[in-house]
Ligand binder design. Structure first.
Ligand SMILES: Nc1nc2c(ncn2[C@@H]2O[C@H](COP(=O)(O)OP(=O)(O)OP(=O)(O)O)[C@@H](O)[C@H]2O)c(=O)[nH]1
Ligand SMILES: [Mg+2]
Length: 255
């Protein structure tokens, strides 16, 4: 671990940012190895940590075939929010500069990661989201998901003032301000939309760029239709409650 630290050049030291890719995984034995191979090929200078969240299949065994990929195994399924928060905490403790979130099911176009990271480095925003909805992509959500996404997007829009079309995308790159905040506090279920409200309340900015997302490349979705509706209502309520919260965690503004 720890590639991309300092490189010497004639003029002195050139600081290269240390980037950590966090891959949350729950029962992704069919796809995780391909995702990790793609990461090694496309972003060999970035470190990778997989958060295996109590998988009951061979996910961990697949990850162990990659000696340079870190593996954190949760003792039982803690859920995507707590798993990601573990990754953010890992990034803080190991002194990373930028964190990227990338799914384990092959949906996220790994080759777009350098673009996400570059936008963060250029200061375009504190969090850059890979969006499925800015341009036409191969991703075709079901009707239920389109409705859920649209309700959540409207709520988030009302809270943060618009500008984000894909509030539920988990394909993101974040600077230290963001992942330090998230290491401290991060929503539990379907955390992506609510996390944007958290960011906004802490004076941080999100923006998005178009990416071409694929359908899941194997295995099964974690989102069953009945759960989808339940979580949609839960997330909407959580966002609504956030509206009245004065203090959200790390804000210097005390919002
Ligand atoms: N750590 C952890 N990861 C999870 C959990 N549930 C899902 N994941 C991972 O989070 C990522 C996104 O989950 P998906 O089930 O693909 O959700 P989605 O991409 O919104 O849904 P699909 O479009 O159907 O794939 C994948 O890498 C999953 O393995 C969980 O409980 N814990
Ligand atoms: Mg997926």
């Amino acid at each position: 671990m720890g590639r991309g630290r300092l490189g010497r050049c004639k003029e002195g030291f050139v600081v290269r940012p240390r980037v950590l890719v966090i891959v949350p995984a729950h029962n992704e034995e069919e796809t995780i190895a391909t995702v990790l191979s793609n990461l090694r090929r496309e972003v060999p200078d970035y470190d990778v940590v997989v958060i295996d969240d109590g998988s009951t299949d061979k996910t961990a065994g697949q990850v162990q075939q990659f000696p340079d990929v870190a593996l954190i195994q949760m003792p039982f399924n803690v859920g995507i929010g707590a798993a990601m928060q573990t990754g953010f905490l890992y990034a803080v403790r190991h002194g990373y500069d930028i964190v990227v979130q990338c799914d384990a099911d092959g949906q996220h176009p790994v080759e777009a990661i350098p673009r996400l990271v570059q936008c963060v480095l250029d200061g375009k925003a504190d969090l850059i989201i890979g969006s499925r909805y800015v341009a036409d992509t191969c991703y075709k959500p079901t009707l239920g998901r389109r409705i859920g996404k649209s309700i959540l997007s409207r709520l988030v829009d009302a809270m943060i003032g618009g500008g984000i079309t894909d509030t539920t995308s988990g394909f993101r790159a974040a600077n230290k301000n963001v992942f330090s905040l998230f290491a401290h506090r991060y929503p539990d279920d379907y955390p992506e939309a609510e996390s944007l409200v958290l960011l906004h309340k802490n004076g941080l900015r999100a923006a998005e760029i178009p990416v071409n997302m694929l359908p899941r490349q194997g295995g099964r979705t974690s989102i069953k239709v009945s759960h989808g509706i339940y979580y949609m209502v839960k997330v909407a309520l959580a966002i609504f409650i956030d509206m009245f919260r004065r203090y959200t965690g790390m804000s210097r503004k005390g919002t």
